[in-house]
Design a protein. Structure first.
Length: 77
């Protein structure tokens, strides 16, 4: 049998100049609920935004600042 090494990046950012693209996610496991995972993802994004110097009031307006990747993919198709 083969082997597998896997890494799941749940918090990533691509920063170029004054523009940042954030990638956040959650691990879906048995017992996960969509609302809890969504809230966890928003908390991760808020923390990253605040680390980048985005004012807390702006960061608090999540999820309005971003769309789930599935919606972005559908819109770009």
């Amino acid at each position: 049998p083969g082997s597998l090494e896997l890494a799941v990046a749940l918090r990533c950012a691509h920063v170029r100049g004054r523009r940042a693209t954030l990638f956040v996610g959650a691990g879906i496991v048995r017992g996960s609920t969509p609302d809890a995972e969504w809230n966890e993802t928003c908390r991760k994004a808020r923390a990253m935004l605040e680390a980048l110097g985005v004012p807390p009031a702006t960061a608090a307006s999540l999820p309005a600042l971003f769309e789930p990747a599935a919606q972005l993919t559908e819109r770009r198709s």
